[in-house]
Design a protein around this ligand. Structure first.
Ligand SMILES: Cc1cc2nc3c(=O)[nH]c(=O)nc-3n(C[C@H](O)[C@H](O)[C@H](O)COP(=O)(O)OP(=O)(O)OC[C@H]3O[C@@H](n4cnc5c(N)ncnc54)[C@H](O)[C@@H]3O)c2cc1C
Length: 284
């Protein structure tokens, strides 16, 4: 039975390899390094503090990485991962390369510090434009720290490109257009979009792979260029604190959960206690 499954997987892989449609796509993905959500901290002036924290790839962006790599495997081409962040985001870009991304680009400059949505989208748009021509820009649905869910749409607006949010499947790419399924409450829309376009993806789109040994080796040796504000032709009044048109004036922790009861013992004992309690309360 196992042999049979493996055989089918092998045949599936071969069929997949033989069915590459050579579109030679150029895909840019947007990835952000975020604090582990259990570990968010803010400075006195409500700016996110990253020093000394464990940083991870924004969870939604792992799906963007996977989808771009799958598109490259299906249609041929190249994937460039771009991140605006601190020097530590080099590790994030190496992580993306270990998963099959070809190149990384870090946007890092003290002048970017304190950028709000507008400054972030301006900086990323400028870097994307400098990497034109491209077919697709793919980002995650939202970040786990800022959670605005705005950057990909703002970039599309700045670059004058079509945008589809919450993409749960890229059905096909043909004749300069992509057919995608957009997730909506209770179902999905099938949308045809002219390329180049910007997409944001949801977790339902794929199951991210783990880094391969070959990928890890490639990541280790990769040169990751760092672009500064000057490389992008951006001056201080458009980016960083000088360009920010929003200011966080208060940050509050969510109220701690009340009425939580923990049943102790072995799993069987805990379940028995829970069932007992629910029966006593006539809930079951
Ligand atoms: C209280 C608070 C304080 C902050 N202080 C600072 C600060 O001092 N300095 C600072 O730099 N930022 C700070 N930020 C974060 C900054 O405002 C956001 O990172 C930025 O505006 C993007 O918004 P977002 O994270 O909500 O992205 P969303 O719009 O939710 O992100 C959607 C997608 O866009 C892409 N994306 C988003 N950001 C990036 C990025 N940087 N690089 C590549 N792709 C990206 C990813 O694909 C992501 O999945 C702060 C945020 C908060 C909430």
């Amino acid at each position: 039975m196992i042999k049979c499954t493996l055989f089918h997987r092998y045949i599936g892989t071969l069929a997949h390899r033989h069915s590459v449609v050579h579109l030679n796509m150029k895909i840019i993905i947007l990835i952000k390094q975020v604090p582990d959500t259990k570990d968010q901290r803010f400075s006195q002036d409500f700016r996110a503090v990253r020093e000394g924290l464990d940083l991870i790839c924004n969870p939604y962006d792992e799906y963007a990485i996977e989808e771009a790599v799958r598109l490259k495997e299906r249609f041929s081409g190249e994937v460039l991962a771009m991140s605006m962040g601190t020097q530590r985001a080099i590790d994030l870009l190496r992580f993306a390369i270990s998963l099959g991304v070809d190149r990384g680009l870090l946007l890092n400059d003290p002048a970017f510090t304190g950028s709000d949505l507008l400054g972030t989208a301006t900086t990323l748009s400028q870097a994307i434009e400098k990497n034109a021509p491209f077919d697709l820009v793919i980002g995650g649905k939202q970040s786990s720290d800022g959670e605005n869910g705005v950057i990909p749409s703002a970039i599309a607006q700045f670059l004058g490109l079509p945008f589809v949010m919450d993409v749960r499947k890229i059905v096909d790419i043909k004749d300069g257009k992509a057919r995608v399924d957009q997730m909506v409450v209770g179902g999905y829309y099938e949308i045809e979009v002219q390329l180049p376009a910007v997409l944001s993806v949801v977790k339902e789109i794929n199951e991210p792979r783990l880094p391969s040994l070959k990928g890890k080796m490639a990541a280790k040796g990769a040169q990751i260029p760092v672009w500064k504000a000057q490389d992008l032709g951006l001056d201080a009044h458009r980016i960083g604190m000088g360009g920010a048109q929003t200011k966080v004036t208060q940050v509050e922790d969510p109220p701690s959960k009340t009425g939580v009861k923990i049943f102790s013992g072995t799993p069987q004992e805990a379940v028995a206690k829970l069932v007992n309690e629910l029966m006593e309360k006539k809930l079951i």
